[in-house]
Design a binder for this molecule. Structure first.
Ligand code: GUN
Length: 296
């Protein structure tokens, strides 16, 4: 079998267009413009690139973007004061604190200071609990993007065997909760899992999110399975720096039914889902129906 390539770039563009369309309607019908505040502490170059990209895409879909750049020595007290101000600002519907934070700042404390209704990353402990108990939550962006792609591919996921490789709080655990919410039979595999190849071979859906370059070879993939590769790993090959996923793409594509490439798969979906979450938060804050197809 030669896999269908799931084009995340095109999918993300479609999500952004849906968001833009609904933002325009919100303005026209209710005079409301969703607003996203992004807080960056320090000068980490990768974080600066992400934040710039988030700001640009926020404006492109017609939302207001508020960027707060604080210097690396900012005290916890000052950061918490800013979060408090954003929590109480009615023009701000979503708040994202870019991670990682400088070492002197307690990430858990900072994230849990965000109003859960504005926590568009879905990292607040309340949102983690709401998701785990099947209640209305803000859902982490990358797993939400993966879920959207899987639903688009299969329609219903009910009864499918899904294996999530990786147990991080940001991807693996929420991904497993979302798949369970869609009635998959879910296995979470990790570095201590016994007989990982056989566990993966059972799966109709494989989500790889471990951050180890090309660790899943094609012969672990069940014929016709859908493979979602969340990994973005920088490696040196043939004297060049390349981006590869957690799955060995070439061999997996020979067996999978559908597969996301790296780059151009899951990556572009994350910011698209951040915009979707900001729109959802804005609709909820104003007592309006949630945007269809853009939530879990
Ligand atoms: N740093 C890298 N990815 C993310 C993300 O999705 N959210 C936040 N807040 N920080 C990040």
């Amino acid at each position: 079998m030669v896999a269908q390539v799931i084009d995340g770039k095109a999918f993300a563009a479609k999500v952004r267009a849906q968001v833009a369309d609904k933002v325009a309607k919100l303005k026209e019908e209710h005079g409301i413009t969703p607003g996203l505040a992004v807080v960056l502490v320090g000068e980490d170059p990768a974080s600066q690139v992400y934040v710039r990209s988030k700001g640009k895409q926020t404006v492109e879909v017609g939302m207001n973007s508020y960027e707060h750049k604080l210097d690396a020595e900012t005290s916890e007290q000052d950061l918490l004061a800013l979060i408090d101000k954003l929590n109480n600002d009615p023009a701000v519907h979503g708040i994202l604190v870019q991670l990682p934070l400088p070492k002197h700042l307690n990430e858990d404390l900072v994230i849990n200071a965000i109003n859960p209704a504005k926590d568009v990353d879905g990292f607040h402990i309340s949102n983690v609990g709401l998701l785990a108990t099947g209640q209305k939550a803000m859902v982490p962006c990358t797993p939400l993007g993966c879920l959207m792609m899987l639903r688009d591919q299969h329609g219903s996921l009910s009864g499918m065997d899904a294996v999530v490789i990786g147990r991080s709080n940001i991807v693996g655990k929420p991904m497993a909760q979302l798949l369970l919410g869609d009635s998959c039979t879910v296995t979470i595999a990790h570095s201590r899992t016994r007989n990982l190849p056989d566990v993966v071979r059972r799966a109709d859906i494989v989500v790889a999110a471990v951050g180890r370059p090309e660790m899943v070879p094609g012969d672990w993939i069940k014929e016709g399975a859908t493979v979602i590769d969340v990994g973005i790993n920088r490696i040196e090959r043939d004297g060049k720096t390349r981006l590869v996923g957690d799955v060995d793409y070439a061999s997996a594509a020979e067996r999978a039914g559908a597969i996301t490439p790296v780059p151009g798969g899951v990556g572009p979906m994350t910011i698209a889902c951040l915009l979707a979450n900001t729109l959802t938060a804005c609709c909820r804050a104003n007592g309006l129906p949630e945007p269809e197809g853009l939530t879990a």
